[in-house]
Structure formats: structure tokens, C-alpha cells
Design a protein around this ligand. Structure first.
Ligand code: SF4
Ligand code: SF4
Length: 341
């Protein structure tokens, strides 16, 4: 793995050059928010921010995705080939927690048994440039409790760490090395840079004050499906789905057909396990009739079922659900309470 040092004033030019050659997503100021979106001409990518309001999962798993177009003809159905995005994609400035979300989504969408070609195609054409969290985190960040850290490399192709005067540029994967030419002005990193990175990594991890017993609740969840605790958490939940839509790892979806005359399209849209309709079957039967059951599903999916299936917690500790829930339901408190059952 190659490591280089890049003078900080060179980074903006490199990102803009990449944006001219590829479709590049970056954190940008958008009124009061920092949003992760396509970097337009003349727009400055941000490097000093806690995290983007929206999760970058939308690049690989869009809110609404056209899967198939078809036409009914006397000879049968004719399916149109779906045009692929011509340009390669770069995700710049992804925080390490969000980069880890890609590794977690890969486990589901690109597993041995089931492969999602739409997701995989987009992943294959993309490189992730992650930006280590060296600035004060949000009070709601808890990445260190769910197997992550402010300098995690999981899910990233390149990791940039601000060392003060320069960035340490770590090329982590062949995809990352494929972007090395853009960093032509960088110089080889020395042992001093490594030592400084280590010191910064320890300081940044220590700055994450919010802690939850992430892995510890799995054995409790294994035997708590019918526990009365579940009656206590969902009472004030509005079933608005905000927590799931903001979450970088949530991936519920629905597939529907829209037909006009002989022409139709099949579309995949984000859905949410917090919505009553998510599990409603055509017969009218709904196996999850209460918000208690839906909240249990959300928590179990992240802290039990994903661990069962992939030995990974499906939460990266970004805190977006904590910050965005309109009635202040806090997943950290729920996990902590479960650890005391
Ligand atoms: S559950 Fe909440 S804290 Fe965990 S990854 Fe999703 S939004 Fe972030
Ligand atoms: S954001 Fe809060 S109120 Fe909305 S579904 Fe999630 S937990 Fe319920």
C-alpha cells in the first residue's frame, strides 16, 4: 500500500480536475446544510465539516432507480437495454463511518448467493476517497462502539488524513491506485508522517465521547424477541421513516411497475421498515401490525440479524438517526437499555 504526502493547498485543484474528468460527488455547502452531491463547476468541495446531512449511499442505491423499460407488442414483451453511466464516478470526502457503510452494503448486495447487478455495476465504476475525521465530531457520533473509528479504512479506496501542513494519502486498493496520477505532486511519506497519523488517530478516537455496548447486546437480542421491553420504545414513534432514510446502512426497498398503454417501467424505490405498508401483503395480511414490531425489526436487523448473517453490525455510528428523529428517539439509549435487560 503506497503512502504519500500532499501539500494541503494542492487538494482542491486535484478534486476539481477529477470532477472535470469524472462524475464526482463531494460535500458542499447548500444553504444551512452540508450535502453530499455532484460537484458542479466553480463549486468548492468542503474538507472541514463534521459530516454531510445526507448519507452517500444514494450513489450506489438511489432513492428511485429505473430497472427495466418494456413495451408490449403482438410478439410479446420487448425489453429496452438500460443505458449505463458513461463516466466513472469518484466519491470525494466521504467520512470513514460512511465509507464503512459501503462495506456493509456490499455484504448484502454483492454476496455469494445473491448479487444485485444494479448496485454492483455502480460500485465497480466508483472510487471512494475518504477523509479521516480529525475535527471535533458531533456529540451524537459513536463509530468507535460499532467496530469503526475516525480513521477507519474499511470501504475506502484512498484515505486522506490532515496532518497539519499536508495530507497523508493512503492508496488502499487497486481502484485507489488507479487515481494515483492525480496525486502526481505528492511525495513519498516518511516515518514521521506515519507517527503523526498514529497520534492523530488516537486523539480522534478519544474525541468520540458517545459510547454504546454495540456487540454486547447480541446474546441478549438472541433471547429477547418477546421481551416486554419492546412495548416501551415505540410509543412516541411517528412512523415517519426519517431515521431509515437518513441512515447510510438502511436498505429496504420496494419495486413497482408503472404502465401507460403498452409501455411500462419497473422502478426500485427506497422503502422503510418503519412504515406499516412495508410488510402489508396483497391479501391484506400484515405480519407487522404495530410500531413496536417495526422498531424491534429495525433494532434486531442492525444488531442481531446482520451479525448472524455477516458477522457485522449494520450501524456505523454516524448519529444521523439520533439528530433527525422528530421525537428524539435515540438508538444509543435503546441499545444501552437493552444491555441492561
Ligand atoms: S442506525 Fe443511526 S447511527 Fe447507525 S448508521 Fe444508521 S443513522 Fe447512523
Ligand atoms: S425518525 Fe423517529 S419518529 Fe420517525 S420513524 Fe424513526 S424513530 Fe420513528
Amino acid at each position: 500500500m503506497e503512502k504519500k504526502l500532499l501539500k494541503k493547498d494542492k487538494l482542491s485543484g486535484i478534486v476539481k480536475k477529477m470532477a472535470a474528468d469524472k462524475t464526482l460527488y463531494a460535500p458542499v455547502q447548500d444553504e444551512d446544510n452540508v450535502l453530499f452531491k455532484v460537484l458542479g463547476p466553480g463549486v468548492e468541495p468542503l474538507v472541514a465539516f463534521a459530516n454531510t446531512k445526507n448519507a452517500p449511499k444514494k450513489v450506489f442505491f438511489p432513492h428511485s432507480e429505473l430497472l427495466v423499460k418494456y413495451t408490449r407488442s403482438p410478439k410479446g414483451m420487448v425489453f429496452a437495454a438500460m443505458p449505463a453511466d458513461a463516466k466513472d464516478v469518484v466519491l470525494f470526502g466521504v467520512r470513514p463511518c460512511d465509507a464503512r457503510s459501503f462495506a456493509l452494503l456490499d455484504m448484502l448486495f454483492d454476496q455469494e448467493k445473491w448479487k444485485d447487478p444494479y448496485y454492483i455495476e455502480k460500485r465497480k465504476k466508483s472510487a471512494v476517497i475518504s477523509l479521516a475525521c480529525v475535527q471535533p465530531p458531533y456529540a451524537s457520533c459513536f463509530c468507535t462502539s460499532v467496530d469503526g473509528s475516525p480513521t477507519s479504512t474499511q470501504g475506502a479506496d484512498i484515505l486522506l488524513t490532515d496532518l497539519g501542513e499536508s495530507y497523508l494519502v493512503e492508496f488502499l486498493t487497486p481502484r485507489g491506485e488507479g487515481l494515483a496520477a492525480y496525486f502526481g505532486e505528492a511525495t513519498p511519506a516518511d516515518a514521521g508522517a506515519e507517527a503523526k497519523k498514529k497520534e492523530i488517530a488516537e486523539k480522534s478516537a478519544a474525541a468520540i465521547q458517545s459510547k454504546i455496548p454495540g456487540r454486547a447486546i447480541k446474546p441478549i437480542l438472541d433471547v429477547s424477541f418477546e421481551h416486554p421491553f419492546w412495548d416501551t420504545i415505540a410509543g412516541k414513534c411517528l412512523a415517519c421513516g426519517t431515521c431509515t432514510y437518513m441512515c447510510p446502512t438502511c436498505h429496504c426497498f420496494d419495486i413497482s411497475d408503472e404502465i401507460k398503454g403498452d409501455d411500462g417501467v419497473r422502478i426500485r424505490n427506497w422503502d422503510s421498515c418503519m412504515f406499516p405498508l412495508f410488510t402489508k401483503e396483497t391479501s391484506g395480511h400484515n405480519p407487522r401490525t404495530s410500531q413496536k414490531q417495526r422498531w424491534r425489526q429495525r433494532l434486531m436487523h442492525k444488531f442481531k440479524y446482520y451479525v448472524d448473517n455477516f458477522d457485522a453490525i449494520a450501524c456505523v455510528g454516524c448519529g444521523r438517526c439520533v439528530m433527525s428523529c422528530p421525537v428524539n428517539i435515540d438508538i444509543r439509549k435503546i441499545v444501552t437499555d437493552i444491555s441492561k435487560l
